[in-house]
Design a protein around this ligand. Structure first.
Ligand code: ZN
Ligand code: FE
Length: 255
């Protein structure tokens, strides 16, 4: 039997994720945006928390670490280079480290850019990846600490995963991202179709997360620097992928 993922909204626009292995009974939370909301979700599912998989140190991702660790005695896993700003960290991980979880394994992918020490957790057998604030549906994380070069190489790592990989991102930012995406790649029919679908979902308060690598490759402007339509809209015909990505990110910051 595979892993069960339980997704729930918390704080203003974060998503919480519990990953449960029915065989061993182990349960991980991806990040700790809100300890009370995570406890309520555990209670609802009757699961016991054994792991916290931190993607990065921001408060809406690691702010609940200490309360959860105190209550559950769970193991806190996070990027080793950020050990001094991830509360309660027990296991320091880096690129390609394997995290054993229940009967399965997650591989750590370093995805610096949003912060200097951001990681994603790839469950290859289950075909899913938890990306924190790196890729969003139709968007990418703001460059708070990293450079465009760092973020672009992080995005390329994630884009190299199989198209049917399910992408769990940490915020419901999709409608605002769609509005921006349409201004930079207005000729993308897949984007136009998706944006209508997103409006339908959000009008009914339905999450647009998770998404998939394949869907993002077709519609997310931050992953599409080769698009002729994008290049001409932003005035960078024939520029390098990095230049197009950096300009797209800069335009979004001012949108
Ligand atoms: Zn963040
Ligand atoms: Fe966040």
């Amino acid at each position: 039997m595979g892993l069960e993922v339980h997704q729930f909204g918390c704080l203003s626009d974060n998503y919480g994720f519990l990953i449960h292995d029915p065989e061993s009974g182990e349960t991980a939370t991806v990040d700790s945006p809100d300890a009370e909301a995570i406890d309520a979700a555990l209670e609802e599912k009757q699961w016991r928390l054994t792991h916290i998989l931190n993607t990065h140190h921001h408060f809406d991702h690691a702010g609940g670490n200490e309360a959860l660790k105190q209550k559950w005695g769970c193991t806190v896993i996070g990027f080793g280079g950020d050990y001094d700003r991830i509360p309660g960290i027990d296991r320091k991980v880096a690129e390609n480290d394997i995290v054993d979880f229940g009967g399965t394994r997650a591989r750590v992918i370093e995805v610096a850019g949003h912060t200097s020490g951001h990681v994603a957790y790839h469950f290859e057998e289950e075909g899913m990846v938890f990306v924190g604030d790196t890729i969003f549906a139709l968007g990418c994380g703001r460059l708070f600490e990293g450079t465009p070069q760092q973020m672009w190489s992080s995005l390329q790592k994630l884009m190299s995963l199989a198209d049917d990989t399910i992408v769990y991102c940490a915020h419901e930012y999709t409608q605002a991202n769609a509005a921006f995406a349409l201004t930079v790649e207005p000729g993308n029919q897949d984007l136009l179709d998706r944006s209508e679908e997103i409006n339908r979902l959000r009008a009914n308060n339905i999450p647009t997360v998770p998404t998939s690598i394949g869907l993002e490759r077709k519609t997310n402007p931050f992953l599409r620097p080769d698009s002729a339509n994008l290049q001409s809209t932003i005035g960078l015909v024939g520029a390098s992928p990095l230049e197009v990505f950096a300009e797209t990110r800069r335009l979004k910051d001012n949108f």
